[in-house]
Design a protein around this ligand. Structure first.
Ligand SMILES: [Fe+2]
Ligand SMILES: [Fe+2]
Length: 340
């Protein structure tokens, strides 16, 4: 096959693809290409297709006569460099009840299947088997699943509020923001790589099963569902930590000079000089750690009567309490007696 032809009809984002075809790609763009095709052009099978229609499904925002810019509904809360670095990975909240054990068992089962379908192999005792492409597969698959619980929980709490004509105490917004944040993770990675047809089919199937199962489970036991998501977010925090560690160990040279896409720079307000792939992974990891805290905390609360502690104003402002940011991040969640 003619290599130039393959290059121009592959799954690279369209603007980049066109730039490369015209020989206009910048150094960072070329680095991005190497990240998508780390093993060369023959390595793209499971994670890309060669149909041009597929690469144009994620075009830039349309220029219209009246609209200047469409801003994010939930701007990302500020996070400092020190807070980014201080995230605690590999933290596990011990199972204290049967419902915790069920939730943790479900996460371990889900993880096993996800490892299988995403081709995830990460064993310190064996030769390194991950590649940038495999990492992107895992990130994209993970984020398509991770954005489901927040929307489902928010929607069901919204319906309950309408049905019972009662207030919700502030949980809905945090759940919707959670879902929005996860979707921004997905959209960011979609700017860097695109799944092929097999992965797309797996994603559709997984969403069909998971969203319906989570919907029913949330109706039956919302506290167990929040615990489930808390454990899921533990796994997500660990995944991004391992990716950063692998990058630091030199396993992923393709990412060493890779720049974060514009969508990420804007969403996280990434400062100048801190816009690399490594920085991006640290931002995403911090978000996952925040979700871990939120869902473990929600799992500890009275689902009907307690206010959302992450958007509440506290009587004693000097005592550490939950917030929308990362000031007093509690990796295992806040206990009810300490905050309500
Ligand atoms: Fe995420
Ligand atoms: Fe998350």
């Amino acid at each position: 096959m003619n290599p130039t032809r393959t290059f121009c009809t592959s799954t690279i984002p369209p603007t980049l693809s066109r730039a490369v075809c015209r020989g206009l790609a910048s150094q960072s763009s070329r680095t991005a290409l190497r990240a998508v095709y780390p093993l060369g052009l023959n390595a793209q099978r499971q994670f890309s297709t060669s149909r041009r229609s597929n690469i144009e499904f994620f075009p830039p925002a349309k220029d219209t006569p009246n609209i200047k810019e469409t801003r994010a509904a939930w701007p990302h809360p500020k996070i400092s460099e020190q807070q980014l670095q201080s995230i605690e990975p590999f933290v596990h909240r011990d199972c204290q009840t049967w419902s915790d054990k069920v939730a943790y068992g479900m996460v371990k089962t889900a993880r096993w299947w996800m490892d299988l379908f995403s081709g995830y192999r990460h064993d310190e005792t064996k030769p390194y088997q991950m590649t940038p492409r495999k990492w992107f597969v895992r990130f994209i698959f993970l984020e398509t699943i991770a954005a489901v619980p927040g929307m489902t929980a928010g929607m069901l709490r919204h319906f309950r509020s309408l049905r019972r004509m009662q207030r919700d105490n502030g949980w809905i917004e945090t759940m919707l923001e959670d879902a929005y944040n996860e979707r921004m993770h997905l959209l960011t990675f979609m700017k860097m790589a695109e799944p092929g047809w097999f992965m797309k089919m797996m994603i559709i199937g997984a969403q069909g099963v998971f969203s319906n199962a989570f919907f029913l489970a949330y109706l039956a036991s919302p506290a167990t569902c929040h615990r489930f998501v808390g454990y899921l977010e533990e796994e997500a925090t660990n995944t991004y930590t391992l990716a950063v560690q692998d990058l630091d160990k030199g396993h992923l040279p393709e990412w060493e000079n890779l720049e974060a896409p514009e969508i990420a720079v804007k969403y996280w307000n990434m400062p100048e000089g801190h816009r690399t792939m490594r920085d991006l992974l640290l931002y995403v990891r911090a978000d996952e750690a925040k979700h871990r805290e939120i869902h473990h905390t929600f799992g500890n609360l009275d689902q009907v009567h307690d206010p959302n502690p992450f958007v509440s104003e506290y009587k004693d402002k000097n005592k550490p309490h939950p917030s929308n940011g990362w000031e007093h991040l509690k990796s295992q969640g806040w206990e009810r007696k300490d905050i309500i």
